[in-house]
Write a protein that binds this ligand. Sequence first.
Ligand SMILES: [Fe+2]
Ligand SMILES: [Fe+2]
Length: 152
Amino acid sequence: MARAELVENLNKALSYELAAIIQYSQHSYLITGPDRQVFKDWFRDQAEEAQEHAETVGDKIVALGGIPTVEPAMIRQAVDLPEMLKQDLELEREAIAVYMAAWSACDDNDLPQKFWLEGQIADEQMHIEELEKLTSERTVKVSTERIVLKEM
Ligand SMILES: [Fe+2]
Ligand SMILES: [Fe+2]
């Protein structure tokens, strides 16, 4: 039964990756103004990474005896950059949640699947942290403005 739950969660992950391919691509088309200079390519790079993830997950689902879904999850679109980034952060958070659910569905001794999922989860966490920085949800404070190097 654990395997069926694993496949079910991997199919949810696949639907988020399919949505990410479309959503990041759509954002790359819709971005206008000076931000386009940088963010058109940034969004397309994210779409490409989602494509790679989708392929890996689709191959894994078949290896586990399942049929990969062809239906993307909900796609969000916007025309201004802060809203796009917020939408992408929401999508990345939804994706990591189902990868974590897939990890939890693994049998304790199914280490190969767990290790593979941990790599996926680490990738998604990096996407989340990057988007948290881009949306300024994640910031740092500096306590000293001047850095004085110690003499060797
Ligand atoms: Fe992904
Ligand atoms: Fe991601």
